[in-house]
Structures are given as structure tokens and as C-alpha cells.
Design a protein around this ligand. Structure first.
Ligand SMILES: [Zn+2]
Length: 452
């Protein structure tokens, strides 16, 4: 517990804290004329109780007066959010500031569950020519997640069953960000080139078995396969069946392309994930046809439960695909980045920038948030994440919606203009402030004592 003076040194942005309890022990001294031993004993007991009350706070942090968007719980309005011991303790219209150790004023902002990026590449390492598996092009999580409001990153396919342990030891166990994994159906992971074409290194049973053994494994990935058969997809689904987890498919590369309708309507199960939804790459039929219409079987697939994920990346998001689809009312189920060195400094940038694009394509803010929180949690079958229910882990993003003239760039380098941009103001991970863009959680500098 903090000492009184520590808890008092909260910034000017914080509500004044109630000190009434601190003086209460002295009130009990009015009884001091009664001089029996029992009374003295009771007195000292009272003082002890009161002193502990003086320092006790119900909550560690109170996010005060923000606009809470919590799609799972149907909340879209002004609410206070209280956090205690790394968990959401209470969400209510009015929570007294005196009950919290620290009060952060967020009246100008939106308060949402910590963002979940279900398509990322974080198996960083120093193996040469290893593409996104223990390589230089995959990114260490914490440098690129929490500053964008992301508290959970899902590495999709960096590791296969053979090198998952290394990924866990090297990245998952050392990151502040929660890092989860889709095992590549290729045992050696996403090493690039011919190593992702090797059918002899794809093993449904081993993948399923290793997936079952590790709670951090939440799916199976198929990517970049260029052969003319369905084996990798079907084996990934088999592994998914064994471990009861979804499959994510980065489809394409076969020329001429394998039929997209077969993939979406026959090979994938409801709950499996079709990523790069708005891409148009050689070897894959795009979801929007030459006349600018979303194909009938794409609608049908979404209806049968296939998850359409953005997976923006360095080459897989075109306004030519997304804008006509959005105009027709076709919405992605989940918004994600496909984060790696090839996407982060191009049009993609980060999760919240990809979300901003959809906001400017007339997707409602609450739907943009849902597609980056609760929908994402459900897609990876992690129902304990992506919401602010009482008792849930306190992963929270505080988001600013800026108005102005902004530009957004797609994977082919074309720009779309917009007048709203999301910015991550504050990120809380397991009850701790881990990102604070403008210092809204910090005391004003004058509070620091001279000479210390
Ligand atoms: Zn990817």
C-alpha cells in the first residue's frame, strides 16, 4: 500500500482526494476521560482500525467520466471505470473519486477494452533469411503494441510446432503485451520461400498436439502455399479440430488461382478466419468483382460464420476493394494489422491507424471498436478478453477522436482523405498505466519537491 504522502501527490488533473478519514483517529480521543484498561484497549483498537481505514482505498485507479464503449456489455455512454489489483472492479455512472488511489480524468476521451490485434508477426530473432520466424522482419511486441492501444497481439504463423517453445521463451514470456500464437501448419514456421511449400513438413497431428499443450496457442495458420491442392488448408482444419481452435488462411499464390468459393464455402468451417479480406494479389480472387460488387458467395460465407479479417499488411489492403465493399454494407468481422517491418512504416502504420481508415469509410465508432476488441476475442475463442466486465483483466485503451484533415494510404500507395483520426491517449495493461501520450495520469511538475 502507498504511504499517505505518496497517494496525495497525484497531479492537478486528478480530483482532490478526501482526507476526512485521516483525521478520524483523533475524534476517538474524546473518550479519553474514561480511564479503565478495557476502554484504553478498545481505544487503541479503534485507532488501529481507523488508521487502516485512512489508508485503504477501494480502487487503485479510477478512469473518470469517459465515454465507455464496451460492445460485449452493450455499453456506449458516459461511465466511470474503477480498477483494483489488475482487474476491472466496477463500471458505473458515478463512482466516488474518494474511493480511488489515483483518479485519471478522461472526460474528453473514449474508454475501451484494450485492443486485440489478431494478425501480427512478433517472432523476432536473428536467424538470417527466415522471413517471419525468429527473424529480423518480425517485431518485438512492446515497441509497437501498447502505444497503439493494443494489449493483446496474436502472432499468426511465425512459429510452427517445432519452434513454438523458442518463440515462447524468446518473446511471449518476455513481453508486457499479451502475446498469443497461431501455429503454422508448417512445422518449421513461416521461414519463407520453398520452406513454406514443403508438404512433408506439414503435420496436422503434431500441430494439434502441441497446440493443445500450450494455452498461448489459439489457432492454426496456413499461408503462402502456391501448390495446386488443398492439403495445407485441410490439414490446418484437421489440427484445428484436434485442439478445438480456429484456422486462419492467408490464401493465394497458386496461378491460376484456386476457387475462392470452394475455400469459403467448403474447406473452412464456421469460425475459421479469412485474412487479407480487402487484398487483391496475384493468385487470389478478390472479394469485390470487376463490377465493384461483393461476390454472392462472399456474403454467403460471412453468413455461414467465416470470419473476414482485415490483415492490412504491406500488400493486402486496397481502397479499390474496401471502399466499394463498405458502401455495399459489407463489414469486416475483425480489424487487424499484419504488423511487420514491411507494413509498419508504409500505409498500415499500426492498429489504431487501420481502425481510423474504417471510421472514415463510415463504419460506426462502436463497430470499429467491436471489430478490434470483443469480435476479435471471440474469433480466437478467448472470451475472457476484449471487454470491461467486472472481474475481467484490466486491459484498457483510452482513445482520442481527432477532427481535422487527414490522409490514409493503402498497400498500393493510394490515398484516401478523411476528417477523423483515432489516437491512443493512454493504455492500461493488467491495471498498470503502460502508455500515456500526454501525461494525463502524471502529477504536474511543480509537485516535485526542490532538491530531491
Ligand atoms: Zn501476415
Amino acid at each position: 500500500m502507498l504511504e499517505f504522502w505518496d497517494s496525495y501527490s497525484i497531479g492537478t488533473n486528478s480530483k482532490p482526494k478526501t482526507q476526512a478519514l485521516v483525521s478520524k483517529p483523533h475524534n476517538t480521543l474524546t473518550l479519553k476521560h474514561q480511564s479503565t484498561t478495557t476502554v484504553k484497549y478498545l481505544l487503541s483498537l479503534l485507532i488501529v482500525i481507523n488508521c487502516s481505514l485512512a489508508y485503504a482505498q477501494n480502487y487503485d485507479i479510477l478512469l473518470n467520466d469517459g465515454h465507455v464503449i464496451d460492445p460485449k456489455n452493450g455499453i456506449d455512454g458516459k461511465m466511470d471505470v474503477a480498477i483494483k489489483d489488475g482487474k476491472i472492479a466496477r463500471v458505473a455512472e458515478e463512482i466516488s473519486a474518494s474511493e480511488a488511489e489515483q483518479v485519471i480524468e478522461v472526460a474528453e476521451y473514449y474508454v475501451t477494452p484494450g485492443l486485440i490485434d489478431i494478425h501480427s508477426h512478433n517472432f523476432h530473432g536473428t536467424e538470417p533469411n527466415a522471413y517471419l520466424s525468429n527473424s529480423f522482419t518480425a517485431l518485438p511486441p512492446d515497441g509497437f503494441s501498447i502505444r497503439a492501444g493494443v494489449t493483446t497481439l496474436v502472432d499468426v504463423g511465425g512459429a510452427g510446432w517445432k519452434n513454438f517453445e523458442l518463440f515462447k521463451e524468446q518473446t511471449i514470456d518476455r513481453s508486457k503485451t499479451r502475446v498469443l500464437s497461431f501455429l503454422n501448419i508448417v512445422g518449421g514456421g513461416m521461414k519463407g520461400g520453398e520452406r513454406e511449400q514443403d508438404l512433408s513438413d506439414m503435420d496436422a497431428e503434431m500441430t494439434g498436439m502441441v497446440a493443445k499443450r500450450h494455452p498461448e496457442v489459439v489457432g492454426v495458420k496456413v499461408a503462402h502455399y502456391a501448390g495446386r491442392n488443398w492439403n495445407p488448408v485441410d490439414w490446418a482444419v484437421e489440427a484445428g479440430e484436434i485442439a478445438d481452435i480456429p484456422v486462419m488462411v492467408d490464401f493465394g499464390g497458386t496461378i491460376p488461382p484456386l476457387p475462392l468459393d470452394s475455400l469459403l464455402l467448403h474447406h473452412l468451417r464456421p469460425g475459421d478466419i479469412f485474412t487479407h479480406a480487402f487484398g487483391h494479389v496475384p493468385g487470389r480472387i478478390p472479394i469485390v468483382n470487376e463490377r465493384g460488387k461483393v461476390r454472392d458467395y462472399v456474403w454467403e460465407a460471412q453468413e455461414r460464420g467465416v470470419i473476414f479479417d482485415v490483415g492490412h499488411g504491406g500488400g493486402s489492403f486496397l481502397f479499390r476493394q474496401a471502399i466499394p465493399a463498405m458502401k455495399e454494407g459489407f463489414r469486416p468481422n475483425t480489424i487487424s494489422t499484419d504488423l511487420h517491418t514491411g507494413s509498419m512504416n508504409a500505409g498500415m502504420k499500426n492498429q489504431i491507424n487501420v481502425m481510423s481508415k474504417f471510421l472514415n469509410m463510415d463504419m460506426k465508432l462502436k463497430d470499429v471498436i467491436a471489430a478490434s476488441t470483443w469480435n476479435s476475442a471471440q474469433a480466437i475463442k478467448q472470451d475472457s478478453l476484449g471487454h470491461l466486465s467486472e472481474g475481467a483483466v484490466a486491459d484498457v485503451a483510452v482513445i482520442n477522436v481527432r477532427e481535422g484533415d487527414f490522409g490514409f494510404v493503402d498497400s498500393r500507395g493510394f490515398r484516401m482523405d478523411g476528417n477523423q483520426k483515432l489516437e491512443c491517449e493512454l493504455t492500461i495493461r493488467e491495471g498498470k498505466v503502460v502508455w500515456d501520450l500526454n501525461g494525463i495520469s502524471r502529477p504536474y511538475w511543480i509537485k516535485e519537491e526542490m532538491g530531491k
